[in-house]
Design a protein around this ligand. Structure first.
Ligand code: TA6
Length: 316
């Protein structure tokens, strides 16, 4: 990758072709920004390969990010789409990941930008761009490697089109021993009013209610949020069924999953928001809902040379 500081890197263009997606680095090469000819844009921090912004063609931000989110690599980003791997939460009883920090090391590691590709856009309206990011045992910091000594490689791709934002992950076991992991895309969606949303598509799913003594329950009807909510739906029934967020009856998000069998629904509400130093404004919980696609109940076992692929597509 030719490192042309803060210079737009127009994708290979041929005179006469319609305008192409623009991809450039910013903030000292710590962020990658892609802008489509339609005006849709996405920003990804190399720290954690965290999507920190997704704007539609009108410049409307679709993801929620705390005003106090750290974007300097000093702590996981509070908002956007942090990546959870190889453990969801903490797992003191799981020897391989017991020593890892909450939600693992993917969201606090420096990822490499592997490159970009775009569709051959016949017209601005069908342009798209895919940004690839990499993390492997070769690039992992020594402290983390000591805590999780497996040989692996991950390619995480962020795809932007005028219709959707897609994130997909391919995790490969490059070593000679099986790897057990959990993975999740911790997506903070921006909404107007938490009290006016409904989440459908999880009806009939079993879930663990983490704000009610981790009781096992079954979802009946649409989900509404009227207080702290922290639920792990596993499996989210019918993976072919999108999870849909409506606000006063209007669909605001449609999330389709591929090979991510579980969905976490989280809103910290007043007290938990007050207790998080990087959660600002404190009433920001009213404007966000986390709908997190992943595989977090039990462990995915990856044998040597095997690969795991999982993806989500968020559209409106
Ligand atoms: O995904 C929901 C959750 O596991 C909550 O329990 C809460 O801890 C949230 O993640 C945020 O975790 P973080 O480590 O980013 O503060």
């Amino acid at each position: 990758m030719v490192d042309r500081r803060n210079k737009p890197m127009a994708l290979a263009t041929t005179p006469g072709l319609p305008p192409q997606p623009q991809v450039h680095f910013s903030h000292g090469n710590s962020r990658v920004i892609a802008v489509l000819p339609t005006g849709d844009s996405v920003e990804v921090l190399l720290y954690g390969a965290t999507v920190t912004s997704w704007k539609d063609r009108f410049g409307t931000e679709r993801l929620w990010r705390s005003d106090a989110a750290k974007l300097d690599g000093s702590k996981p980003v509070r908002g956007g789409i942090p990546l959870v791997f190889p453990v969801f939460g903490t797992s003191p009883d799981h020897a391989a990941t017991a020593k890892l920090p909450q939600h693992g090391f993917a969201r606090t590691s420096r990822w490499e930008f592997l490159g970009k590709s775009s569709s051959e856009s016949a017209g601005a309206s069908d342009s798209s761009v895919k940004l690839d990011f990499g993390l492997s045992s070769n690039t992992l910091d020594d402290n983390t490697k000591a805590l999780w000594p497996y040989t692996f490689s991950i390619i995480y791709s962020v795809t932007l089109t005028p219709e959707h934002l897609g994130t997909s992950i391919v995790i490969t076991n490059d070593g000679d021993q099986p790897i057990e992991f959990q993975v999740l895309m911790h997506t903070y969606l921006r909404i107007s009013d938490i009290t006016k949303i409904q989440v459908t598509g999880l009806e009939g799913s079993d879930y663990v209610d983490k704000v009610d003594a981790a009781q096992a329950k079954k979802q009946s009807g649409a989900i509404t949020i009227a207080g702290e909510t922290d639920r792990v739906y596993s499996p989210a029934t019918d993976p072919t069924k999108p999870v849909i967020i409506t606000e006063e009856g209007e669909t605001v998000f449609n999330i389709v999953r591929d090979n991510l069998k579980d969905v976490v629904v989280w809103n910290p509400w007043t007290d938990k928001a007050a207790g998080m130093g990087d959660f600002e404004p404190k009433d920001g919980f009213k404007n966000m809902i986390c709908i997190e696609a992943g595989s977090v109940k039990g462990w995915v076992t990856l044998d040597p040379s095997d690969a795991f692929e999982g993806a989500q597509t968020i559209s409106d």
